[in-house]
Design a protein around this ligand. Structure first.
Ligand code: HEM
Length: 409
């Protein structure tokens, strides 16, 4: 009898540890997701590179090719349904994907993103001022790592500041593997409803933002449908902040727990190296659901039938010892072989990579330069992490902003 599938995720085990264990089991491992949904976990640098090279050829992101979804193997109330359906870039391939990607990526070229520098610097300074005004201690997640990327992406898409706070709740619910089907469906409906209403508002009162630009392209050039407009806004706002929140959180914890690396970063102004090493060593995107076999194929030696789903497990890729050596788990901004694929590769390569890198550099540099005495107020082992295998980062980073004055003896 065939071995039973690996039950993923593992309750009570940190997701990054589970992903490292899966990688040790093999490059392509049969897993079962909550709800009894079968998939193949693709692990380690070489197998993931092989899978991504098949994009749009032997594998697709379009769930029309997922046999279990089409034949009832995926429960109707499965909490991950909203993440793998819709009409956005992550569930399309071929001509539709190219058409939408061309429209959406125009705003994220390196030069356009670089032009956002002064605005991001101002937002970062505002948030650090806010932390300092609030006193000697703070939680950097609600105080810094969450509001900053949310403000940036919402400004870009013209979401009024007063309406920002809702996004964090909807997105955390959709991404968590502890969410019920009912909660996921409600969060998704609320978020899509809000975005449809935002589109109507921008149609009536256009502004100088990316949503207004997409509404113009929709109405004047008919280059995308209403559903494509709304679900791609959904994807851009979700991916545009959830990932960067965790990039900042992971980098801050790494530096606060590696004082020698922090000193190197501050003294040498090595913030791009901090960002790249964080992406390699503790990537915020731990798994990407799903790709589907369009035909019977063999991946890293494993035969996989047409219609099966692959989970791309980026979380164990950057720490793969076969690629990065025995010291792969060590956080080291001076590493000689830092190249990573935390932003993916090929047709679905991350649109937001230049923005994430810029926000990371500006935010981390300002935080550690303005708060030279910043330190954790709890044991690093007591920091809680997000209950999601898709994205991963700290939920709370309690800190002291300044060293306490010595008590006179
Ligand atoms: C540290 C931050 C980020 C990381 C680690 C990250 C990672 C990734 C990865 C791995 C993929 C490819 C997934 C796959 O197909 O397997 C991806 C795609 C994508 N990312 Fe990011 N991302 C980040 C930030 C952002 C930001 C800031 C935005 C938006 C402004 C964004 C928007 C997107 C979009 C729209 C796609 C889908 C592209 C497509 O399917 O053609 N990401 N990202």
């Amino acid at each position: 009898m065939a071995d039973s599938p690996f039950q993923f995720p593992v309750a009570g085990e940190p997701v990054r540890r589970t992903l490292a264990r899966l990688r040790d089991l093999g490059p392509v491992v049969r897993i079962e997701l909550p709800g009894g949904v079968p998939a193949w976990a693709v692990n380690g640098h070489d197998a993931i590179a092989e899978l991504l090279a098949h994009d749009n050829k032997l594998v697709t992101r379009n769930p029309r090719h997922w046999a279990a979804l089409q034949n009832g193997g995926v429960p109707a109330d499965w909490p991950m349904r909203p993440l793998v359906t819709g009409e956005h870039l992550q569930v399309l391939d071929g001509a539709d994907h190219r058409r939408l990607r061309t429209l959406l990526s125009r705003a994220f070229t390196p030069s356009r993103v670089e032009a956002l520098t002064p605005r991001i610097e101002a937002l970062v300074a505002e948030h650090i001022d806010g932390l300092l005004a609030a006193g000697g201690t703070a939680d950097l997640v609600p105080g810094f790592t969450e509001p900053l990327p949310i403000s940036v992406i919402c400004e870009l898409y013209g979401v009024p500041t007063a309406e920002l706070h809702q996004f964090r709740g909807w997105v955390s619910t959709l991404i968590a593997h502890t969410t019920t089907g009912e909660q996921a469906a409600a969060a998704n409906q609320d978020m899509l409803g809000y975005l449809a209403e935002l589109v109507d508002r921008k149609r009536r009162e256009p502004g100088d933002d990316l949503t207004s630009g997409l509404v113009r392209v929709r109405d004047e050039d008919d280059a995308l449908s209403d559903a494509e407009l709304v679900t791609n806004l959904w994807l851009m706002i979700l991916a545009g902040h959830e990932t960067t929140v965790h990039l900042l959180g992971q980098a801050i914890v790494a530096l606060l727990t590696h004082p020698e690396q922090r000193a190197l970063a501050v003294e040498g102004d090595r913030w791009p190296d901090v960002v790249e090493e964080t992406l390699r060593n503790r990537t915020p995107v731990t798994a990407s659901p799903f790709r589907y076999a369009m035909t019977d194929l063999t991946l890293a030696g494993m035969p996989v039938p047409a219609g099966d789903a692959f989970l791309t497990c980026y979380g164990g890729m950057g720490t793969d010892p076969d690629r990065y050596g025995a010291e792969a788990e060590r956080f080291d901004i001076t590493r000689e072989n830092p190249a990573h694929q935390a932003f993916g590769y090929g047709p679905h390569f991350c649109i937001g990579a230049p923005l994430a890198r810029l926000e990371g550099r500006i935010a981390l540099s300002a935080l550690f330069n303005r708060l030279p005495e910043l330190r954790l107020a709890v044991d690093a082992d007591d920091i809680p992490y997000s209950p999601s295998f898709i994205t991963h980062g700290p939920l709370s980073i309690p800190v002291e902003l300044r060293a306490k004055a010595a008590v006179p003896g």
